[in-house]
Design a protein around this ligand. Structure first.
Ligand code: G3P
Length: 413
């Protein structure tokens, strides 16, 4: 049997679900064996893939979070584009089957798919209904705008809630998506889509106003900071927090662990800035195929990626995890099966990402060295939460430091 190595970043419920998919594929045929390995969090998995490539020990398939997309696109010689793998392997593959908002992010301007948008997400607002009630707040209260959320945070605090709001992925949600959702740029050159000579624009009035509000909430004990990635998920799932801004894929852990009534709402927007929000942008990860392997192994890769995209596998994955259904057919099958009626809110992520035609500010981000830039942004945000810097000071500094990395990436590519 021909072996295919698949490196990913999933643990917990997501880790179990990936393992189950791999086992199902392996059991469905006897020509190939996919071997899945967990390589740490998203950044660690990306770095493990890069280091392995340099050592000539790269896996066939590497999961790379959306942040690493520009890095992978520029890694010529290291990656084998998915459209090429699929064409050579003869596995069934219809690029038009994938939903536009997801496909666009991982496809060249010529329409060639470079990586498989396996687990695509977008941020939403998770609500612990029991915690709201315990603090004397109507759990059905309108949370559509940050103005309204601000009032609810006051009520939660007054009602004795110790963790009114917690977040995962602060840069992704409170800066990158915030910008797209309010149709302001996060970076120049269409957020990097139009060229490498881009600079950060994350220190504008919309971003600064939002971070100032978040900083005030942090100072008042209404926003509790728990970490840069999805650390806050453990607090929310344990029932310790009322509101949680997190990926739609938070569903995997919340639906399997939460011992309280929860629901999911659209990501709030500032009514003072827009009368209605633009779309949110993509997160999660895609699967990149790495160069340097044999033709029969790539055939196995093609078969496995085709299996992952098949309607039944996709529909189940979407329903179990909260990741977007990457094909229109999987979304339709989910609706037809009554899943959205039985699990209200599980279609919010798709609606939020696709309801409006994206603008140059809301197609997504394509920035080199973005993982390192996020590290800088995280550091600066932490200075806002601790009251060390104003939001303006922190974002001016993030821009200056981040732009230096963008210049370095530009000259290296
Ligand atoms: O938790 P995920 O997989 O939806 O990813 C969230 C962010 O996009 C990570 O950058």
């Amino acid at each position: 049997q021909t072996e295919v190595q698949f490196w990913h970043a999933f643990t917990g419920r997501l880790g179990e679900l990936v393992k189950a998919q791999v086992e199902e594929f392996n059991a469905s045929q006897d020509e190939f064996v996919v071997v899945e390995s967990h390589k740490g969090n998203y950044s660690e998995t990306l770095n493990a893939g890069i280091a392995a490539f340099r050592a000539g020990e790269q896996p066939h398939i590497l999961m790379v979070f959306e942040v690493g997309t520009a890095t992978m696109m520029s890694a010529e010689g290291a990656i084998k584009p998915v459209y090429e793998v699929m064409a050579e392997s003869g596995a069934s593959f219809d690029p038009d089957a994938y939903i536009g908002a997801v496909k666009g992010y991982y496809t060249t301007t010529e329409g060639d798919m470079l990586s498989l948008p396996f687990n695509s997400s977008t941020p939403v607002l998770w609500v612990n209904r029991d915690a709201m009630e315990a603090a004397g707040v109507d759990p059905d209260t309108d949370l559509s705008t940050w103005e309204k959320v601000g009032e609810v945070l006051d009520q939660l605090k007054a009602g004795g809630e110790e963790c009114p709001l917690v977040t995962a992925w602060q840069s992704w949600i409170h800066l990158e998506n915030l910008s797209a959702y309010h149709d302001v740029p996060f970076a120049s050159q269409d957020n990097g889509f139009a060229g490498l000579d881009t600079e950060l624009m994350l220190n504008g009035p919309v971003q600064v106003a939002h971070l100032t509000a978040m900083g005030d909430w942090a100072k008042d004990g209404k926003f509790i900071y728990t970490g840069r990635r999805n650390e806050g998920g453990a607090n929310f799932r344990a029932g310790e927090c009322a509101l949680f801004t997190e990926s739609s894929a938070g569903y995997a852990g919340i639906s399997s662990e939460a011992e309280f009534a929860f629901d999911v709402r659209p990501l709030p927007y500032w009514e003072a800035v827009v009368s209605e929000p633009q779309n949110t942008i993509i997160g999660g990860a895609s699967l990149w195929v790495m160069e340097g392997h044999k033709a029969d192994e790539y055939k196995g890769v093609g078969e496995f990626l085709s299996f992952l995209s098949s309607s039944d596998v996709q529909a189940a994955w979407h329903q179990n995890t909260g990741y977007l259904p990457i094909t229109a057919e999987a979304g339709e099958a989910t609706r037809a099966a009554g899943f959205y009626d039985e699990n209200p809110g599980t279609d919010i992520a798709v609606i939020q990402m696709t309801a409006k035609e994206p603008t140059a500010n809301s197609k997504g981000l394509r920035l080199g060295s973005f993982d390192q830039i996020r590290g800088i942004i995280d550091e600066e945000l932490e200075a806002v939460w601790s009251g060390e810097k104003t939001a303006q000071e922190a974002m001016d500094s993030a821009k200056e430091r981040g732009d230096a990395l963008l210049r370095r990436f530009e000259s290296a590519n």
